[in-house]
Design a binder for this molecule. Sequence first.
Ligand code: MGD
Ligand code: MGD
Ligand code: SF4
Ligand code: MO
Length: 727
Amino acid sequence: MSAASAATSGDASHEPHGTDTHESHGTDTHCPYCALQCAMRLDGPVGGDPGSPVTVSGRDFPTNRGGLCKKGWTSAELLTVPGRLTSPLRRGTDGELHPISWDDALDQLAHELTRIRNEHGADAIGVFGGGGLTNEKAYQLGKFARIALRTSRIDYNGRFCMSSAAAAANRAFGIDRGLPFPLTDLDAADTVLLLGSNVGDTMPPLMSHLQGARAAGGLIVVDPRRSTTARLTDDGAGLHIQPVPGTDLVLLLGLAHVVLDEHLHDETYLSERCSDIAGLRRSLAPWWPERVQQTTGVPASVLRHLARRLAAGRSTYILTGRGVEQHVDGTDTATAAINLALLLGLPGVPGRGYGTLTGQGNGQGGREHGQKADQLPGYRKITDPAAREHVAAVWGVSPDDLPGPGLPAVELLQSAGTQGGIRALLVHGSNVVVSAPNVGSVRQALGRLDLLVVSDFFLSETARVADLVLPVLQWAEEEGTMTNLEGRILRRRRAVDAPDGSRSELWIMSELARRLAAPGVWSTDPAVVFDELARASAGGLADYSGLSHGMLDALEGSEVGAHWPYPIGSHGTPRLFADRFATDDGRAQLVAVRPRPVLEAATGDQLTLVTGRLLEHYQSGTQTRRVPELRDAHPGLVVQIHPVTARDRGMTDGARVRVSNHRGSVAATVATSIDIRPDTVFLPFHYADGESANLLTSDAVDPLSKMPEFKTAVVTLEREATVAISD
Ligand SMILES: Nc1nc2c(c(=O)[nH]1)N[C@H]1C(S)=C(S)[C@@H](COP(=O)(O)OP(=O)(O)OC[C@H]3O[C@@H](n4cnc5c(=O)[nH]c(N)nc54)[C@H](O)[C@@H]3O)O[C@H]1N2
Ligand SMILES: Nc1nc2c(c(=O)[nH]1)N[C@H]1C(S)=C(S)[C@@H](COP(=O)(O)OP(=O)(O)OC[C@H]3O[C@@H](n4cnc5c(=O)[nH]c(N)nc54)[C@H](O)[C@@H]3O)O[C@H]1N2
Ligand code: SF4
Ligand SMILES: [Mo]
């Protein structure tokens, strides 16, 4: 459908097409939340009555085998919970948000964007995307920024999530696909090393693929907390290693040292498939186990045992999660994990492997099609002249019209209202005032903007402080595709009608593009946008050119599936690196890395804060805090603390405390647990306002990936002053 006909039909999102089955009583789709993208079926609304409930059932699929977690089971409630946005909202002179019409909202927005661009240049407009957007929306957002707004200033929340793992994989393998093999390959593994990943809470159905490793006593979990996943190593199922937070790089150097020292490495693999090992060998020499023990707290004997176990495994996999990646040395830590995997001869060998567990629903696809400051669709570099030429031709513009690389997320947000920084920001699919690092300063930065525009379906905390809020469609109300953690492209399908007043983001972009007199075609039909994405990605690393919505519908559920690269005429690539890596010479690069001085270390009565996730909540909590069953499981911020640490401070379970540092302070309730180290406390980041753990985190970033240090911070703990209640 063209932009013009979309504009006259009012709302293109209500046009059914293709395989859409919304009028029947069952729609096969995938979960709205994480990167496992569990397959589910949505039934109802009964008789097409929009008021009646939609029910969810798990659907057999290679990744989740019919299983869903609590969030998946309750996901249909998102479609009916109160508080859904159904009208654009504009902040009035009274400081409050008021409903306005779509025409007024879009006219005023186009007018203000034009004014800001004329007065301050195109780079004064920023765009912030999300890894939850469908491929179609992520692609269109990158295109919209580059040729409708003509700004370089676009980045997205994947910078907070996947960028260190991506940077490490790119420099070692020349390509970044989270898992370069299907998840079902893990079923036969006898040894799985999980570094800083708590899949037991963050992707519960994935645990079914780790049963083999558990049965073989080979599930090894590295986490400063005895997490849900770490507990699954009990009773002979494996090993839990509990290092000092932030010391994983040293731990991995120690493991690699033992592997070389005890000749546990795969000599043939190294000589045939990797770059020269001399530099790596030299860099590992100083990391003997007793020295590593001093930094990590992991006994030298355990380190030696672990290295031998990894080498002895018949089928060994090494997987990383955010616990090791979300640090200022995250890229180097992921690199150290890759080096260990290469020494053991794992990547690209059947029944063995290395991977990272991508987090957001479309965390993989979201980083491939142009939302990232330095990328164009197909995982192309925006600085590569050939890439610019190809994409410009698909978009119908000159390569000279494409801006260069922009600013990574943290810098983009901090630049708000500063000289040369952004003056307007359009947010699609992120709740930055909760989830960005050092949110105190982010909230101030957003306050300096001339214009903050948030597209969301709920009034998120970021929407609450916006000048303009645009109500959009959520998962089961629109068609699209998602790319799961295996690089498998899936169809997300529309099961219900959207509430009146909400609009698809493709429609919003087409309407704005028209008002901004942008070049190019702005379809509102996800299947058409996918076809364009496929052409734009052709020849790139993440090549989707052989796919379409129709083909994906036909492939759904097959064991083979649609794993990229999927060029025209191919059948996709479930397993990467069988013969060569995607580097220039086809060899994996062994990159020597070394620890850097620690930024902040706890002294005196200070403690190390680590942050992460709870099973029932998702990310900034915008969605899950609205679902009663999930909210009631964890209604408020709880700090996990060791009983000895609590006793020393005169704190008991249920006490109200303040967790503070020089950046900020949060109020929390104490829950003691021997699952955490005595020198460490844990906070989830799912809560808003004064309960936001990110009031405490640092916005220092990894020098390569620009990912912030989310996982650790130095804090103090005090009992909250008792407030006298007068009535
Ligand atoms: N329930 C739920 N599931 C989710 C999400 C959610 O918000 N809620 N979000 C999705 C997304 S976007 C992501 S990125 C994934 C994240 O999935 P995970 O990476 O599994 O999640 P986290 O809880 O952030 O971190 C994992 C573990 O890292 C540990 N950790 C903290 N610091 C360190 C450290 O220095 N070293 C080591 N070795 N471990 C450390 C924490 O204790 C935690 O148990 O989950 C996805 N799934
Ligand atoms: N301290 C600490 N902070 C962290 C982390 C941590 O481990 N510790 N983890 C980081 C990680 S890995 C991540 S991924 C981020 C995630 O944090 P955020 O980027 O804030 O992610 P969400 O909470 O999923 O926010 C998504 C918002 O977009 C809306 N939304 C969902 N789908 C769509 C859509 O299709 N279109 C539009 N327009 N809106 C949509 C939702 O309603 C919600 O308000 O948090 C990061 N922050
Ligand atoms: S594991 Fe992830 S995709 Fe699966 S049901 Fe839970 S939240 Fe949804
Ligand atoms: Mo994430």
